[in-house]
Design a protein around this ligand. Structure first.
Ligand code: MLT
Length: 261
């Protein structure tokens, strides 16, 4: 893993492979390790760019952040590493919220979109209020508040306990400032439903059949509103499809990338 200064903050990232660039955006409050299993099957044909979002993994937090700031961090990273080609943007969950923002703000840099286990809608007032309260609890009691609440919901029924515990550990180790800032940012993020009919790049939607956080119904709604989008459901997987069913995820993603090139 390497680090670089983006917008004055230390940003950790990993780049693997050569070929057309693919930018991977992890979810909340995870890290680029979400994409570990994509390296072996895809790095022979593609350049995999896998950052830790601001305030997560090895990247430094800021007091406040927004979906716009995350998206601009990513375009800043691409510039900083000399990647000037349009990228396929793969975003999981909050990474999908950021992918919509990246598309809106950096359209010329977006070659294609992969929306994994995510949704287009913004938060309801109740969800936004809960997020604000959780952000305050995280600042008082630490990131394990979120890690313990999320760990049981992240995975499908057949996921081994060791996987759940591994990710509970990664979430607990995330900086409280980074977790709280992300919660506040998600609470006020824009509704991306109006963007869906404007998406004019090839788009693939992937979702775990047992995803309890962003259920398949939300993916189907996105699919109905994005022109020529493909949708793939992964059986026996919850919200964490790239680590629960890495071979299926890599195969579906590889087929999509193969059509683009
Ligand atoms: C995520 O997995 O990124 C988050 O759970 C998304 C959310 O809380 O809306």
């Amino acid at each position: 893993m390497e680090t670089i200064q983006i917008g004055g903050l230390r940003t950790a990232y990993r780049v693997e492979g050569t070929g057309d660039p693919v930018l991977f955006i992890h979810g909340f409050p995870l890290s680029q390790r979400l994409w570990d299993h994509m390296v072996e099957p895809l790095a022979g044909r593609y350049t995999l760019i896998m950052p830790d979002l601001r305030g997560m993994g090895g990247s430094e937090p800021s007091e406040e952040v927004s979906m716009e700031a995350y998206a601009d961090d990513l375009s800043g990273l691409l510039k900083a590493i000399g990647e000037s080609r349009p990228v396929t943007v793969v975003g999981l969950s909050m990474g999908g919220y950021i992918a919509f923002e990246f598309f809106r703000r950096h359209r010329a840099r977006t070659k294609a979109l992969v929306l994994a286990d995510t949704r287009a809608s913004g938060d309801s007032p109740e969800t936004a209020k809960t997020r604000m309260e959780t952000a305050a609890k995280v600042m008082a009691d630490g990131s394990s508040v979120v890690a313990n609440a999320m760990a049981p919901k992240l995975f499908g029924k057949s996921a081994p306990e060791s996987l759940v515990e591994e990710w509970r550990g990664i979430m607990s180790a995330t900086s409280p400032q980074g977790v709280a800032a992300a919660l506040r940012a998600m609470a006020v993020r824009p509704d991306s439903n109006k963007t869906l009919p404007e998406i004019d790049v090839p788009t693939l939607i992937i979702v775990g059949e047992e995803d309890a956080i962003t259920p398949p119904a939300e993916s189907r709604e996105m699919h109905a509103k994005i022109r020529n989008a493909q949708i793939k459901l992964i059986p026996d997987a919850g919200h964490m499809t790239p680590v629960e069913k890495p071979q299926a995820f890599a195969r579906i993603l590889g087929e999509f990338l193969g059509i683009l090139s």
